[in-house]
Design a protein around this ligand. Structure first.
Ligand code: NAD
Ligand code: UD1
Length: 343
């Protein structure tokens, strides 16, 4: 019998790509999402381009009754918990919202899972739990010192999950720390659809390239990096999605002892500077993209880059997509969907 995966937040940017990859790998998928930062059109598009259709349930991860009803009516084999808020600046302005959705939402979900005997969980965490790294590449057991409430919520859930996994309920769980997810499905049918002005580099450049915004600002040109601009480990969202399927298989095939959790980085292991990303985008679209130098953005670290050895050893997973493909796929999504999913 096929296995059924619950994807909380499965209508969002990363969740829609994971849902697609799970369906194409033969899993059934139930998406649970309150659509606070996504469109139901993403689910319809996933159904159009995949081997199946997910079940969609609109609901909030803080709603225990809705989760209990879901687990009572669907046989769930494993959960991928993506639902949450992710804007760093907003988390500084409204920390209580972030603790409520990201932390209380997670504990509500974990309680429902414990109650219904669902024992396998993959949690979407972020490399941002490290704050400013002292050594590179960044390893899973390097010190964690988040610098924003968003990062603190991710670290708290990691700690809660580690403790819950130890209590003897037979859980096995995996914490995946994403580096910088970018790109879109190569069909151009699903992708990132930010509300308002994008904070992140790829969606912002895409909108400048499309003529929706005048100019890219390069935040900081005096970093201790070869060209003075900050370096990040950008990872194609399809590589990330494939990593989740590997993690789910690993847990369902019981290759990890029960009552344990593992933390795994998902990155490429190769950093690219803002200036390099800008050039890669210009090559992808075959035109100049206006840019100007601007001061550093507060809170930004000079350099993030994953040590990917554990993902390879444990999951047999390695990123495949190049920076050029990340730009090309993101650009295809932007061109086909100039206003994202629209209203
Ligand atoms: P996203 O906003 O596109 O997806 C999150 C989804 O969760 C959305 O569909 C939203 O509607 C839903 N959601 C929010 N609050 C909810 C609630 N209370 N109940 C139910 N659903 C709710 O973001 P994303 O980029 O796809 O990120 C997915 C996960 O990965 C998040 O947990 C995020 O923190 C984590 N993450 C993202 C990045 C990144 O760069 N995008 C990096 C590291 C970690
Ligand atoms: C940010 C968050 C991180 C989160 C991630 C994904 C901060 C400090 N970190 O990561 O917690 O997990 O997004 O949501 O907010 N840049 C420009 N011009 C722009 C936009 C960005 O030069 O218009 C630069 C930034 O200064 C940075 C790099 O591009 O050096 C990448 O920025 P971004 O895409 O926002 O990702 P992070 O800051 O790495």
């Amino acid at each position: 019998m096929g296995k059924t995966i619950l994807a909380t937040g499965g209508a969002g940017f990363i969740g829609s790509h994971i849902t697609l990859e799970l369906l194409n790998s033969g899993y059934d998928v139930v998406v649970f999402d309150n659509l606070s930062n996504s469109s139901p059109k993403s689910i319809a598009r996933v159904a159009r381009i995949s081997n199946g259709a997910p079940v969609f349930i609109k609901g909030d991860v803080r709603d225990a009754a809705a989760l209990n009803a879901l687990f009572a009516s669907h046989e769930i084999d494993a959960v991928i918990h993506l639902a949450g808020l992710k804007a760093v600046g907003e988390s500084v302005a409204h920390p209580q919202r972030y603790y409520d959705v990201n932390v209380a939402g997670s504990t509500t979900l974990f309680n429902a899972m414990l109650h219904h005997g669902v024992k396998h969980l993959v949690f979407s965490s972020s490399a941002t739990v490290h704050g400013a790294p002292k050594t590179l590449p960044m390893r899973e057991n390097d010190p964690t010192r988040p610098v924003s409430p968003y990062g603190s919520t991710k670290l708290m859930v990691e700690q809660i999950l580690t403790d819950v996994s130890k209590v003897g309920a037979g859980w096995s769980s995996m914490i995946l720390r994403y580096f910088n997810p970018v790109g879109a499905h190569p069909s151009g049918q699903i992708g990132e659809d930010p509300l308002g002005t994008p904070d992140n580099l790829f969606p912002f450049i895409a909108q400048v390239a499309a003529g929706r915004r005048e100019c890219l600002q390069i935040f900081g040109t005096d970093y201790p990096t070869p060209d003075g601009t900050a370096i990040r480990d950008y990872i194609h969202v399809m590589d990330l999605a494939r990593g989740h399927v590997k993690a789910i298989k690993h847990l369902l095939e019981q290759r990890q002892p029960v009552n344990t959790t593992e933390v795994v980085n998902l990155g490429t292991g190769k950093g690219a500077s803002v200036a390099e990303v800008h050039r890669a985008w210009e090559q992808a679209i075959g035109a100049d993209i206006p840019a100007r130098n601007a001061p550093r953005r507060p809170g930004d670290a000079p350099h993030y880059c994953a040590d990917t050895g554990k993902a390879k050893a444990l999951l047999g997973w390695q990123a495949r997509y190049t920076l050029a493909q990340m730009c090309q796929d993101h650009w295809r999504w932007q061109q086909i969907n100039p206003e994202g999913y629209g209203t």
